[in-house]
Design a protein around this ligand. Structure first.
Ligand SMILES: O=C(O)CCC(=O)C(=O)O
Ligand SMILES: [Fe+2]
Length: 234
């Protein structure tokens, strides 16, 4: 599948936004047709390994389905093409934090590392929300191996397909109150954000802030998102 923009490079502003605000938007990563093709996967049971009904677990309200391996073509293409850019950013953050973590240039090599630790189940997921549904603030950690950045792509068109349902991040600042960040998305836009935490440079050097993401209540309609997580699950 061809995407509308070259994802091998992110505009410098995107990286600046990640460092300054903890999230960066990739406008029009997918066309409306590409979004529709991914939404259509929802009804194909071969595409998925598991469904989660969020209310049963206290995760909010709505449903999501984890893709099965082999990933559906458009999902595999997105995961492969986004990874190298995010790995460069992940390595920069690891260096800032002095963790010693090194993320390999090839996604396959990172997945091999996950698999050795028993994390071999695919984590890309399709989420579906109806009026009244929401997604509790959370972190998508599935085992000790964590790739620190993830991507969510809005597949539905705000105001036409749904209202409400904003993508929300919170940043838990040490010994301070949390900071909310709302990322306005149009259909086909992606948001890049930290899975668990990120480095922030303060007066006394670099410290870690915890991040959580979620979705505010849908007021009407139906909203689909594709979530791309780069570590596999145990
Ligand atoms: O539906 C959304 O915008 C958020 C989805 C999500 O939690 C994820 O992609 O990990
Ligand atoms: Fe999530």
């Amino acid at each position: 599948m061809t995407q509308r923009r070259d994802k091998s490079t992110l505009a410098p502003m995107d990286v600046t936004d990640l460092d300054r605000h903890g999230a960066a938007r990739l406008p029009a990563l997918l066309s409306p047709d590409q979004c529709a093709a991914i939404v259509a996967l929802w009804d194909d049971p071969r595409a998925f390994r598991k469904e989660v009904v969020m209310a049963r677990h206290g995760y909010g309200s709505g449903r999501y389905r984890y893709c099965a391996y082999p990933l559906p073509d458009p999902v595999a293409a997105l995961r492969d093409s986004l990874y190298p850019v995010l790995a460069a950013q992940a390595n920069r953050w690891a260096a800032m934090l002095g963790t010693g973590d090194i993320y390999p240039a090839r996604h396959a090599d990172f997945l091999a590392r996950c698999a050795l630790a028993g994390q071999d189940k695919p984590t890309p997921l399709l989420l579906r929300y109806e009026a009244g549904d929401w997604n509790a603030l959370h972190q998508d950690v599935y085992g000790p191996h964590i790739f620190p950045l993830q991507v969510a792509i809005l597949l539905s068109q705000p105001e036409r397909d749904f209202t409400g349902g904003a993508f929300v991040l919170t940043e838990q600042r040490p010994r301070m109150q949390s900071r909310p960040e709302v990322v306005p998305l149009r259909q086909g836009d992606a948001v890049i954000f930290p899975v668990r935490d990120r480095p922030v440079t303060g007066a006394r050097g670099v410290h870690r802030v915890q991040m959580r993401h979620g979705v505010s209540r849908l007021l009407s309609g139906v909203r689909y998102t594709l979530g791309i997580i780069f570590h596999d699950a145990a």
